[in-house]
Design a protein around this ligand. Sequence first.
Ligand code: ZN
Length: 137
Amino acid sequence: MSKPSARRGTRLAHIGIAVRSLDEILPFYRDILGLPEVPLDDADGASIAGLEAGDALVELLEAESPDSPIGRFVAKRGPGIHHLCFSVDDLDAALERCRAAGIRLIDESPRIGAEKKRIAFLHPSSTAGVLVELSEY
Ligand code: ZN
């Protein structure tokens, strides 16, 4: 299915940061750095606080339970940068390029993620140790 909108090119959409407590850390990003808060739905077992940082968002991710992906990440590595998300014009085409290049995929096909966008994750072993999320505009 073709997209009616103009091509915008791949760009940074958000940085996901795993946190122990939104209440604890949100005031730093929102009040001290002055990033405007934007409402975001929870996803993948995490409560999410979104903050506008120019054209990209900072997403603070707090686990809703210890056995969620963020809960396991924080237990193992402590709080920190969890993933980078890049928006792409055509997620199917981007995944196909990754597959053809031998990039290890976590999601073999797109699924619906936060903000009801189509997303897919790439494995850090293929991306310099950084969990990469691709999303479609
Ligand atoms: Zn994300």
